[in-house]
Design a binder for this molecule. Structure first.
Ligand code: GDP
Ligand code: IMO
Ligand code: MG
Length: 431
């Protein structure tokens, strides 16, 4: 049975959570492999809204195993809150349906303090991070000073690492960032409680997945953020601190590239971005505000308004290449209803030259103008449409044009936030 990776093609918030929830029906395992609680994945099931930051979006389905891989950075307090919220909702999460990698890195209070203090110090040039300590935690991972899940479970190792880390971070916080120092003892006590609560869930995601592949299970990898927030391939430094692209599904969970069968890119029918950084098709006019309102474009993690603009296929084509996309899933098509004409960006103009590729350098992007193709819009509401053939002709044309300009088939069209508000043209788990 196939292994399928779902990733965001733009700057995040494309609707990955909704699509992962839908595909989870046919998956046995759902795996997060990078990012942390900077992610906010929204699912709407029977009129009820769920936002997950860490637990994979398959958790609402019975009989599935959800996994948090080694590539994730995990804030234990946030995970425990999610577990408690699910329990209150009558959803029991047990070690049988949630496995946390022993090798993932743990977000500590000093990571959050550093994230916030650094952003403050940057002032105007700030990245606009989520302030969840994501960057500083990945920094410690690469510096080989981080605290991994199995360190947290071993009190001797934990206190030793914690003392060293707090001493160093307090120096930076107080002497360089003019922020308050943190108290080792207080962190120790809180995190000891966390470790006892999470201990039963900790295991080897890589070995469990290997057994699952051996049994012929179907596995779904849930990306977080979007391709253009990737630490290597995104609009650096306005990016997150992990590799977001599909290739990291392997490193971040402990499987090999030959085990992936299909990669699906989620593409919002227009473009949004939260935080700083270049955005060539951004609309600061009435249409931008209309899309923001009718699309409910406010961050699922921080509540910040999302910047909105026309669909940028230079961006999407970059994601097609970087992820080796098999298919696209176009979401939020319903939000474009009533806008006529519609525009799609097909290339950039940079100092008189036409660029048909995405130059990730901020300085170049800031000088790029969008080259648009104009398409006719539609007026008919589409939120109740369930078959592609029932879409208004101009909505079909919009999707077909996306396929033509990306050379990638669109196999899913989402027309509303509910699980049912989806046109599925092909099931990714069909072989
Ligand atoms: P993610 O981070 O990629 O999972 O996306 P978010 O959950 O942050 O943002 C997507 C938002 O759009 C959520 O509020 C979803 O409920 C909503 N959504 C997803 N698909 C659709 C759709 O097709 N139409 C509309 N109107 N809303 C959608
Ligand atoms: P999902 O998974 C949208 C953005 C932040 C900021 C930059 C760096 O819901 O699509 P970080 O806290 O990661 O150091 O912030 O990345 N960002 C996201 N934007 N969706 C997300 O996740 C994001 N995760 C991080 O706004 O610009
Ligand atoms: Mg989101």
């Amino acid at each position: 049975m196939p292994a399928v990776v779902v990733i965001g093609t733009q700057w995040g918030d494309e609707g990955k959570g909704k699509v992962v929830d839908l595909f989870s029906e046919d998956a046995d395992y759902i795996v997060r492999f990078q990012g942390g609680n900077n992610a906010g994945h929204t699912l709407v099931v029977n009129n009820k809204k769920y936002i997950f930051h860490l637990i994979p979006s398959g958790i609402l389905h019975q009989g599935k195993v959800c996994m948090i891989g080694n590539g994730v950075v995990l804030d234990p307090g946030v995970l425990i809150e999610e577990l408690d919220r699910l329990e209150k909702n009558g959803q029991r999460v047990t070690p049988e349906n949630l496995v946390i990698s022993e090798h993932l890195h743990v977000i500590m209070p000093y990571h959050k303090a550093l994230d916030v203090a650094r952003e403050e110090k940057k002032g105007k040039g700030k990245i606009g991070t989520t302030g969840r300590g994501i960057g500083p935690c990945y920094e410690d991972k690469v510096a080989r000073t981080g605290i991994r899940m199995n360190d947290l479970l071993d009190t001797e190792i934990f206190i030793e690492k914690l003392e060293k880390n707090v001493a160093e971070k307090n120096f930076i916080l107080t002497k360089f960032l003019e922020a308050e120092p943190l108290d080792t003892e207080k962190i120790y006590r809180t995190y000891l409680e966390y470790s006892e609560r999470l201990r039963p869930y900790v295991g080897s995601v890589s070995r469990e997945l290997s057994k699952a592949f051996g049994r012929g299970a179907s596995i779904l990898f849930e990306g977080a953020q979007g391709t253009h927030l990737d630490i290597d391939h995104g609009t650096y430094p306005y990016v997150t601190s992990s590799n977001v692209v599909a290739g990291n599904a392997c490193c971040g969970s402990g499987i090999g590239p030959t085990q992936i069968d299909r990669v699906i890119g989620i593409c919002k029918a227009y473009t949004t971005r939260v935080g700083g950084g270049p955005f060539v098709t951004e609309l600061s006019d009435e249409i931008g505000r209309h899309i923001q309102q009718s699309g409910g474009e406010y961050g699922a993690t921080t509540g910040r308004p999302r910047r909105c603009g026309w669909l940028d296929l230079v961006v999407v084509n970059n994601a097609v290449r970087l992820n080796g996309l098999s298919w696209l899933a176009v979401t939020k098509l319903d939000v474009l209803t009533g806008i006529d004409p519609l525009k799609i960006c097909t290339a950039y103009r940079y100092r008189g030259e036409k660029l048909d590729y995405f130059p990730p350098q901020v300085k170049i992007l800031e000088d790029c103008e969008p080259v648009y193709e104009t398409l006719r819009g539609w007026k008919e509401p589409i939120t109740n449409v369930r078959k592609f053939t029932d879409l208004p002709e101009n909505a079909k044309n919009y999707i077909r044009r996306v396929e033509e300009l990306t050379g990638t088939p669109v196999k899913l069209v989402s027309v509303g936030p509910e699980r049912e508000q989806t046109i599925v043209l092909e099931n990714p788990f069909d072989e």
